[in-house]
Design a protein around this ligand. Structure first.
Ligand SMILES: [Zn+2]
Length: 188
């Protein structure tokens, strides 16, 4: 279950996070102030770092380390992702956004050796599903709607809610099934 922070993916490069001090600094910048499940303040502690690959707009791969926090009250584990990362996708959001935008403007997918058209179709479908399921008021102008959605939230993921941090209700009973969701923590 990922949260989204406001830091650029390059801050999470594995080679920048080799020493304990660098990891501590990043962890303190992205640590959620309160648990999104039980709502308690100052209970999220760093648990581990998990490797993750992303692909940038030049098709270069980057190996990142993503922090995993654990709530000391309800014991839920939460990954905090860089600003440009989607929960289930290795491509960064500027790449996906530019492909969806091209489809909106030209009515067809980009001929690209780097990004398969099936993948582009998948992104467009996910974007259209996001509009159908969105809690935002987005109107009918697709390009305008795309520009209004935060980068972490313009693709739909089944079973995930996409919320800004301020929208969290903090009232999920512990006995209720926990659903994953994406939350933007804002600039670090
Ligand atoms: Zn908790």
């Amino acid at each position: 279950m990922p949260l989204q922070c406001g830091l650029n993916f390059k801050e999470f490069q594995e080679e920048k996070l080799r020493d304990h001090r660098s990891r501590s600094e990043i962890a303190s910048r992205v640590r959620p102030r309160r648990c999104p499940y039980c709502g308690q303040h100052e209970v999220m502690r760093i648990h581990s770092w998990c490797p993750r690959y992303v692909i940038d707009e030049e098709n270069a791969s980057w190996r990142l380390l993503v922090p995993v926090f654990v709530c000391t009250e309800c014991h839920v584990h939460i990954r905090v992702l860089p600003l440009e990362c989607h929960a289930h996708c290795n491509h960064l959001s500027p790449t996906i956004r530019s492909m969806v935008l091209s489809w909106i403007r030209n009515g067809r997918h980009v001929r690209s050796l780097r990004i398969d058209q099936r993948l582009q179709r998948h992104w467009v479908r996910r974007f259209l599903l996001r509009l159908q399921s969105s809690c935002y008021s987005l109107g009918t102008d697709l390009e305008d709607a795309l520009s209004k959605l935060p980068s972490f939230s313009f693709l739909f993921h089944n079973g995930y809610k996409t919320l800004m941090q301020d929208c969290i209700g903090y009232c999920i009973p512990s006995s209720q099934r926990i659903f994953s969701f994406d939350v933007c923590l804002g600039p670090g």
